[in-house]
Design a protein around this ligand. Sequence first.
Ligand code: C5P
Length: 399
Amino acid sequence: MIMQNKNIIIGMTGGIAAYKTAELVRGLCNLKAKVRVIMTKNSEEFITPLTMQTLSGEPVYTELFKTHFRKNLEHIALSRFADAVVVAPASANFIAKLTHGLADDLLSAVCLATTAPIAVVPAMNKEMWQAAITQENIAALKKRNIFVFGPASGEQACGEVGFGRMIEPQEILKLIPKMFESQLFYGKKIVITAGPTRENIDPVRYISNYSSSKMGYALAEAALEAGAYVVLISGPTNLDCSTKIKHINIHTAEEMHKAVMQEISACDVFISAAAVSDYRPANSSSQKTKKGTERISIELKRNPDILSAVTSLKRKIFVVGFAAETKNLVANAKEKLINKKLNMIIANKVGSGLGLGFDSDDNEVVILHKNGKSVKFPKMRKNKLARELIKTIRSAMLS
Ligand code: C5P
């Protein structure tokens, strides 16, 4: 599940192990990752771009100055797309280039431009691997938190035996999820609410909103990656989450309130990303309402404010709210931050035609801290934003 919808760039440099990368790409696609392949000139000597294109279902990128994207330069667009970059096979030459920040082709330029985690999967002759300069380069990469997967020992393409073989695709598939793990929240419990609530009018009708749950689910996955024990309390949605997350399904705001109060014990962080209905029908009918007079009215009653209920608890919990606003974004969010006694509020503009917020894959937010500090995040995909938010929450907790 952790690989689902992750954007992975597979970089290929020259080496006979390229055939193993074909299987790696297939494996990643089977795990529902979105894969884009960048090939260096030398790698094209070993396997064709058409093979990699067929397996990834995406065009293969080979040149620095050829554009598939209309607005952005190729290397910048690809570096922003990436949740992770895995270079397999990684030649001794590429490892040297990466160590020294060279950017003379598309793959090395993407590696320099991306902020996503990078892994190299070395594949080379044993003497090249053992060469002092290669070992120095590998040590320098590890120091920069670049992952190094392998190499393995065994028979090499040149007939020699020793360290330098690329590890097997199945092993690489097991190692890639580690690129998303951090231990920022190790041993901490995070409770997250997500999605809309449904407030019954009668057994077949309800009042709800357009929340897609995407932000809450992305936060839950990011919190899991950061090592937390995650409880996700969610209104109706068709999204899935990792089986490692405790997933509680609810329908109404009252049910969400009850579930939150049950889970809040021993909780370190509460993130309220749900679009909770502020009101519910005062008298939900047990029978289907029949068509009758031209106009009818439904009396509505206030739902409990779950966020305020959490902040009024005696236990000290770091509480994060969301403010989805159609106007006066920052002013309204600030008011909620104060009134609801939050540690942090994430303000995002919603409304039709923005391509942001509720049902979108992207979000553009401003974070307001209790101490008055505010930070604006540019438009980005919700799962990328979720990781940034989790990091921001951790540093705010520690400051
Ligand atoms: O007051 P408003 O609904 O705009 O506040 C938004 C924040 O409050 C969100 O974090 C939302 O999840 C939370 N909320 C809540 N309970 C409600 C209404 C909103 O926890 N009844």
